[in-house]
Design a protein around this ligand. Structure first.
Ligand code: PTJ
Length: 244
């Protein structure tokens, strides 16, 4: 369905763009998601479209937090669902986390479609449809979460989150793991673990680390202790600026 020659130097990037376009056509991704993707691509280009070392350490720390959580939830929006549906299901299975559809531009129809799409990719249970919990400090629609999902979670992974909501979730005392290619974004800065990497590499990266860290409490503790959020953000910014 995608006609991009594999020999094209920017093959991955073009494939990613097609997935977002298809997501919009299928009613999974919002039209604003196209703009968000464009912004992300620009940062990824400057990062060399690769996972930098500090992002890999962030992915390992994120895996450790997910494994060590009382209740971990992986939040899924329209961009994440279009880009890495199967990978999100695998991450949830590898860490014991719940999947919850949680949208910035919330519509019931899009939530249903994303939940169906995740189920088609192997998810058993998908939260986000009950919406009986609220994040304080946000307007009504953007505040809706499941009380027994994000509402109850101690650790939440939020890919490509809006800054306002990332800050509001952080204020609830939840450990926030954020995937965002912009190291200057408020979401990345509000995160306990900012992961400055493309979601298409970050989610499989976290899953690989989770498999490696499973059943090893010492290694999980070490991954968390070794990770420094401020250093990771500075490192990513330096990489984007060309190593200065
Ligand atoms: O599906 P919804 O309604 O929940 O909406 C989702 C979007 C992403 C449209 C919404 O949350 C939004 O508008 O987000 P922003 O404010 O555009 O922020 C998205 C952030 O994610 C930006 O800092 C981008 O650089 C970054 N980003 C975009 N694509 C990727 C990315 N980070 C990692 N991987 C990507 N592929």
């Amino acid at each position: 369905d995608v006609d991009v020659p594999e020999s094209h130097p920017r093959y991955e990037s073009l494939l990613t763009r097609h997935r977002i376009e298809a997501g919009v056509d299928a009613g999974i991704t919002s039209r604003q998601g196209l703009i968000a993707q464009g912004r992300g691509e620009a940062y990824d280009y400057l990062l060399g479209e690769a996972t930098i070392d500090s992002a890999d350490r962030a992915e390992r720390a994120a895996a450790a937090y997910l494994l060590g959580a009382d209740h971990a939830v992986v939040s899924v929006n329209g961009n994440a669902a279009a880009l890495v549906p199967g990978e999100l299901v695998e991450l949830a299975a590898a860490t014991g986390a719940d999947l919850e559809v949680n949208l910035f531009n919330r519509t019931e129809e899009r939530i249903e479609r994303i939940a169906d799409y995740l189920r088609e990719h192997g998810a058993d249970e998908v939260k986000g449809l009950t919406a009986d919990g609220r994040i304080p400090g946000l307007d009504h629609e953007r505040a809706k979460v499941d009380a027994d999902g994000i509402g109850d979670a101690d650790v939440v992974l939020v890919p490509l989150e809006d800054g306002d909501r990332a800050e509001a979730l952080g204020e609830l005392g939840k450990t926030e793991l954020v995937v965002d290619l912009n190291p200057l974004s408020r979401s990345a800065r509000a995160a306990t673990v900012p992961i400055v990497d493309n979601i298409i590499r970050a989610i499989p990266g976290i899953t690989a680390h989770a498999r490696d860290l499973a059943d090893d409490a010492d290694a999980q503790r070490a991954a968390i202790e070794r990770f420094d959020a401020d250093a990771a953000l500075s490192d990513a910014e330096a990489a984007i600026r060309g190593g200065v």
